[in-house]
Design a protein around this ligand. Structure first.
Ligand SMILES: [Zn+2]
Length: 69
């Protein structure tokens, strides 16, 4: 599953676009501002938090779709 997402750069406020599944593999993503050298990546601890959040999201989504169906 690939979810494209973005967050605002803490340094310059420009959007940093990332794909959550790639982020989970440890890939880093750079700020879209070429004059800014900020990049985001997950630490091992963050990965556990994020993957936990994603599994909860999947559960919620599955529940929601079964109720809607
Ligand atoms: Zn930036």
């Amino acid at each position: 599953m690939s979810i494209k997402s973005k967050l605002d750069c803490p340094e310059c406020g420009a959007p940093i676009y990332f794909e959550s599944n790639l982020l989970l593999t440890g890939q880093s993503f750079s700020c879209s501002n070429s004059h800014c050298d900020v990049s985001i990546a997950l630490t091992a601890t963050d990965k556990e938090v994020v993957s936990d959040a994603f599994s909860k999201f999947e559960q919620i989504r599955n529940t929601a779709s079964s109720q809607a169906g």
